[in-house]
Design a protein around this ligand. Structure first.
Ligand SMILES: [Zn+2]
Ligand SMILES: [Zn+2]
Length: 228
């Protein structure tokens, strides 16, 4: 049973702790953020050993940067989709396209700018089947939601919260209000995944950048694409 959600930033990236019997972490922020992470844990009185799983929504450096260090500190396992394994074990980078005007203009700059991060071997390779979080005492699952990258995943809780990585952006430097991502390998695939998540009854979105927001925002954008 989920008893709480802690939101915090490790650099430009929004990360989350889902508290159940154990704790599952969503994304690991930019590189060299271990000290900042320690402060988050002590402020919230969390024993690092309670964190048993780190789910990486995808392999970009701003989501995986401190994963190696956080695993060393907590002993948690790292889960990522098997199609992005090479990107965290070696130097491969998946380059998405710009989706809207701002995305198209900024994409060449943003994706030429690559911060190296400590590479690691994932402990759990996800596939296209849902991965239950029940062994961590959390009523939810990890599901494959490609589109931003080929192996992007989301965590959805039975209580309606969805942790979607870069299926949504809500904050500097990407967007000033919540919405669909401004970079994606395939925005149409993202839209299909959003429809599937909405059909599952999700209510509140926890994005990879920026603050959480209600699902109605995405419903509106799917209905009226011009507001993208
Ligand atoms: Zn990304
Ligand atoms: Zn990102």
């Amino acid at each position: 049973m989920t008893t709480g959600i802690i939101s915090f930033k490790l650099g430009l990236t929004s990360c989350y702790l889902i508290i159940g019997k154990e704790i599952v972490m969503i994304d690991a922020g930019l590189p060299n953020k271990l000290n900042l992470f320690r402060k988050v844990l002590s402020k919230n009185k969390i024993d690092p050993a309670r964190i048993k799983l780190i789910v990486l929504t995808h392999s970009h450096f701003d989501h995986c940067g401190s994963a190696y260090d956080i695993r060393e500190m907590t002993g948690a396992k790292i889960a990522i989709h098997n199609s992005e394994r090479e990107c965290v074990e070696h130097d491969k980078v998946l380059i998405p396209k710009g989706v809207n005007f701002k995305g198209k203009i900024t994409q060449p700059l943003i994706f030429s700018f690559k911060i190296p991060f400590p590479k690691f071997t994932p402990d759990i390779l996800l596939d296209n089947e849902p991965y239950s979080l029940s062994e961590y005492g959390i009523d939810g699952q990890i599901i494959h939601t490609p589109g931003h990258t080929i192996g992007s995943v989301s965590v959805i809780l039975n209580s309606g919260e969805a942790f979607v990585g870069c299926m949504a952006h809500n904050g500097f430097p990407f967007r000033f209000k919540p919405g669909l991502p401004i970079y994606a390998q395939d925005i149409d695939v993202i839209k299909e995944n959003w429809k599937a998540l909405i059909d599952k009854g999700i209510t509140f979105i926890y994005p990879g950048h920026g603050k959480p927001f209600p699902v109605a925002v995405i419903k509106n954008q799917l209905r009226y694409p011009s507001t993208n």
